[in-house]
Ligand binder design. Structure first.
Ligand SMILES: [Zn+2]
Length: 441
């Protein structure tokens, strides 16, 4: 830049020891991310910042790596209040004997509000800036996301059978659309239709969902083929895989998000790839419920976009994407016998850009590219357990944890500063959770 041009005034420059922008792949040494009006305006060497920019605020992170905020592509946030309520059972018993009865007794807008706050506190502190939620009373969760400043895709839940939320699928759709109407202009929120699963939602409801999705331009997400028995039962009853059925009903397509997809049947991965669908891999939940290991490497090789999710804290029991990144890599290696699968860079991409793509947010988040919103997380590598560092991306997946996250920004707004949540009181949130425990236990 010629010397007579005065530097551009911007809001913020964050200098870090390493910047991992995800796009392009690789690590930048001693770089800065320059932010103005919530957007990234430059990613450049730290030494070049002052010539071109006059930042209002400068943050120095001399031992840190700066990464895109993590995207938790599958969550049931409010279920944080059920954390640890029922361990060591398989999915069908877990749902039918432990979760659904408790949900029937306790779930309310107040429950969803307190549980979603609890999950947001955990996610933000752990570097998660965006989540894809699916739970009852989405108006209550959307309100929390908006207050907290968290970016979220709010899945409007749909089940055919009566719940504390609605009597049937029509009731779910009515309540969901009220929530969407109220928050549809919120800049950090998106909405999708979220039928629970092919085995809890019938053809007639799926047909209504497809009509509505087309009318309102809403994506569709559902749990899909999470267990071997879900696939076997569907094949026995209908002679087609659940995904083939959704395809026949018009549910699948480029906005379709298949959560889990642990047990794809014949032709299912090709179907997902052909239609540009997305898969959300939730390794901890799949392992804990003994559902199996999703064929993630096969999906990626077929060209399917794969994102990472935690699922609800009731089947995890953490809402921790650092944990999921490491598990995803290790699980792919151990089930295949191939140590080359799901390398650290690929897993980090799933937890950031892969998630952003699955939610249709890739133009705004998922990588540190000028023009995108400044959703960032800083991870401090100063601790002894992270020394020495040969490869920061390897460390992010295999050595570091969420406890090393120090600072988080969403749209340029600092929501975590030196390990402390700026707008939330974790002690008060935990105290509310303890009151719920006394009711639920
Ligand atoms: Zn789930």
């Amino acid at each position: 830049m010629p010397p007579h041009v005065s530097p551009r005034e911007v809001d913020l420059a964050i200098h870090a020891r390493y910047v991992v922008p995800v796009e392009p792949a690789g690590v930048l040494d001693h770089h800065a991310v320059v932010v103005d009006a919530g957007r990234i305006v430059a990613v450049c060497p730290s030494k070049d910042v002052s010539a071109a920019f006059a930042p209002g605020t400068t943050v120095d992170l001399p031992t840190h790596v700066l990464i895109p905020g993590l995207v938790n592509a599958h969550a049931h946030c409010a279920m944080a209040l059920f954390r640890g309520v029922a361990d060591d059972v398989a999915l069908s018993r877990w749902l039918e004997e432990h979760i659904w009865p408790r949900e029937g007794r306790h779930v309310s807008p107040e429950f969803v509000r307190d549980g979603t706050l609890l999950a947001c506190a955990e996610m933000l502190a752990g570097g998660i800036t965006c989540c894809n939620d699916m739970y009852f009373f989405p108006e209550a969760s959307a309100q929390v996301f908006e207050e907290v400043g968290m970016r979220a895709m709010v899945g409007l839940p749909i089940l055919d059978f009566p719940t504390a939320y609605a009597a049937d699928a029509d009731g779910c759709l009515r309540a969901g659309l009220v929530a969407r109407d109220r928050f549809k202009h919120a800049r950090r929120l998106g909405f999708s239709l979220a039928p629970h699963a092919p085995y809890t939602v019938g053809d007639a409801s799926f047909e209504k969902i497809v009509t509505l999705a087309r009318e309102l331009d809403l994506p569709i997400q559902t749990h899909l083929q999470e267990t071997r028995s879900e696939l076997a039962d569907a094949l026995a009853a209908r002679g087609e895989t659940p995904l083939a059925r959704l395809d026949r009903l018009g549910v699948t397509g480029p906005g379709f998000v298949a959560i889990h997809a642990v047990h794809p049947g014949n032709g299912d991965i090709e179907r997902l790839a052909r239609q540009g669908c997305h898969v959300v891999h939730c390794p901890a939940s799949n392992m804990k419920l003994a559902s199996g290991a999703a064929p993630v490497a096969t999906c990626l090789a077929a060209g399917v976009n794969v994102a990472l999710g935690t699922d609800g804290a009731a089947s995890n029991n953490r809402i921790d994407l650092f944990g999921e990144m490491r598990l995803a890599s290790l699980l792919a290696k151990v089930v295949s016998g191939d140590a080359t699968l799901l390398a650290a860079a690929e897993v980090l991409r799933m937890a950031t850009l892969g998630g952003a793509r699955a939610l249709g947010f890739e133009a705004r988040i998922g990588s540190l590219v000028p023009g995108k919103d400044a959703d960032l997380a800083a991870v401090d590598f100063a601790a002894a357990e992270l020394a020495p560092c040969y490869d920061p991306v390897s460390h992010l997946v295999h050595a570091a944890g969420r406890e090393h996250v120090t600072d988080v920004w969403i749209e340029g707004e600092r929501v975590v500063e030196r390990g402390a949540l700026r707008a939330l009181d974790p002690a008060a949130i935990a105290a509310r959770a303890a009151l719920w425990r006394d009711r639920i236990a």
